[in-house]
Design a protein around this ligand. Structure first.
Ligand code: DC
Length: 218
């Protein structure tokens, strides 16, 4: 079984995907983490998004591995666990920028399709239903108002002790949505055959129940 779960930043895709993977006993692949790891590699090597040749060269040398430890997806670069570093704000912005480059996408989409070929899985991202797994058994497009997504993100950060400006977060989220949906190659878009789930007024549990019911044909 292949499930595609797409949507904009902060819509709760990873929470829903993790819960579903557990419930259905299938693998979960967070494809955003892969774009983040590539972006971190470029940042660490001083490569900027306008240096297309250097980006292509770097992709030949990058040692990027996805591992699962205690059921959690971990990203490794050259043998080092970078799972925490890829969540930094600068990396979020860089991931959105580098993900617009076709060679980056071709490189990662190949890894994603190989993983999906070998396993029953749920992939979350931006282009899973439209590009990576166009024949997925189920496709969902999970979204919410940007103000609500910013509020949820601010709450998450506050729980970790970080005080943040909600309006600033909303601005950053909207900028990433714009970048991700206006790039030329495989942009963020709802697949025609995807089920739209607007979670603005839904709890996480309600979203999980709704999506599970669709999959179970209820
Ligand atoms: O889901 P995320 O916020 O971790 O994703 C980080 C960035 O990676 C996002 O701004 C766009 C890009 N991305 C993408 O272009 N395609 C995907 N399938 C997943 C993420």
């Amino acid at each position: 079984m292949k499930i595609a779960l797409d949507g904009p930043a902060g819509a709760g895709k990873s929470t829903v995907a993790k819960a579903l993977a557990k419930k259905l006993d299938i693998m979960y692949l967070d494809t955003g983490a892969m774009y983040r790891a590539v972006a971190l590699y470029m940042l660490d090597n001083g490569i900027t998004v306008d240096q297309k040749d250097k980006v292509e060269e770097a992709l030949k040398h990058i040692d990027l591995v996805v591992k699962y430890e205690d059921g959690m997806q971990k990203m490794y670069l050259a043998g080092k666990d970078v799972s925490l570093r890829i969540r930094e704000n600068a990396v979020s912005k860089a991931a959105s920028d580098f993900s617009a480059l076709q060679p980056v996408r071709v490189f990662l989409v190949k890894m994603q399709q190989e993983t999906a070929q070998k396993n029953d899985c749920i992939l979350d991202g931006r282009d899973i239903g439209t590009f990576v797994l166009p024949d997925a058994d189920f496709k969902f497009f999970l979204t919410a108002d940007s103000s609500e997504r910013a509020k949820r993100r601010a709450k998450e950060l506050a729980e970790k002790g970080q005080i943040v400006d909600v309006l600033q977060i909303q601005k950053e989220i909207e900028q990433r949505d714009y970048n991700d949906s206006h790039r030329e190659f495989a942009p963020l878009k709802q697949a025609e055959d995807a089920v739209l789930v607007d979670s603005t007024f839904m709890t996480v549990d309600e979203v999980i129940t709704f999506v599970s019911n669709v999959i179970e044909g209820k």
